[in-house]
Design a protein around this ligand. Sequence first.
Ligand code: UDP
Length: 390
Amino acid sequence: MASGRLDLDGNLIKPMTICMIGAGGFIGSHLCEKLMAETPHKVLAVDVYSDKITHLLEPSGGVSSPSVDRIQFHRLNIKNDSRLEGLIKMADLTINLAAICTPADYNTRPLETIYSNFIDALPVVKYCSENGKRLIHFSTCEIYGKTIGSFLPKDSPLRQDPAYYVLKEDESPCIFGPIEKQRWSYACAKQLIERLIYAEGAENGLEFTIVRPFNWIGPRMDFIPGIDGPSEGVPRVLACFSNNLLRREPLKLVDGGQSQRTFVYIKDAIEAVLLMIENPSRANGQIFNVGNPNNEVTVRQLAEMMTQVYSMVSGESPLDTPTIDVSSKEFYGDGYDDSDKRIPDMTIINRQLGWNPKTSLWDLLESTLTYQHRTYAEAIKKTTSKSTAC
Ligand code: UDP
């Protein structure tokens, strides 16, 4: 572990205290691991759950036990806890990861989605601004909504022109569907909090960085329904497809699986966040796309690749019918809509932080599905044998 770490400009990095809100989630757990393993920084970990970081909190916690003194868990809900401001004041930097961010909720629980992503984030921004504290706020690539190209005729050659689909932080518009398509409640709430943070920077001098994750995936993402989450719950695509593979069910392709996504390995993305944490002069006032433009697939191609990789890591043969089509209405209910394509422009993050993702889609799926198989296969077998016995 490093003392004497240097930033990108060759200056010594001083150890800092970080108030991490949402530290117990997928991204937070990886970020805490990285900070404990490779830096001298302290973390005030704020969340309502700690299951994904217990290995860092317990004295006997194996790999990372030396971290115990540098990470402190505070079980609190930022909606209604007066301790929040005190924790932000104690820290040099606040990172806000707390959010509802599963599409199945956007159209079925739009109020919770808006409250969680906008209203609940307000005090965090306010306390940082009033106390002169730096803020790294997690937003989303969904803020871009649909591409301009998606409105062109299907056979228009302009659809192939990057000017019509590459998403740029400082140029691309935010294009959402009508209000009755409640899918966009999330993107819209995120857009408004981004605008508020930006305005706090402009009018009150808040030092902020906004992160727009483009489909970060890896171990510990979301939950497997019926094992570590509700059996009727619908997580994001990686966990949905993992669940299907583990249960030997066909993978469900929503509306033909034609939407395109770029997936980035969580460990690559965390490297980018660490650069932001340790290089404030390069990260303050910036909005960063963090994704891997080289890992683009349609959802159908993702399903095919995951089927192949899972068969390799589990030793089980693929199903004869590995995928089935479902309508979005059937799968998500009314008010669902979709982003067609998400290619991040990398100019700003390259220029400011010199960051580039490294891991190919195949490699990241191999390590992630190895983890899924090791973590869940036995538990799934037990629940399936129980339900057949009943
Ligand atoms: N999707 C799918 N089958 C599933 C889950 C998701 O076809 O079992 C599709 C979904 O409609 C979307 C894409 O996969 O087009 C990615 O969905 P995800 O929930 O991961 O989040 P998003 O990238 O839309 O924010």
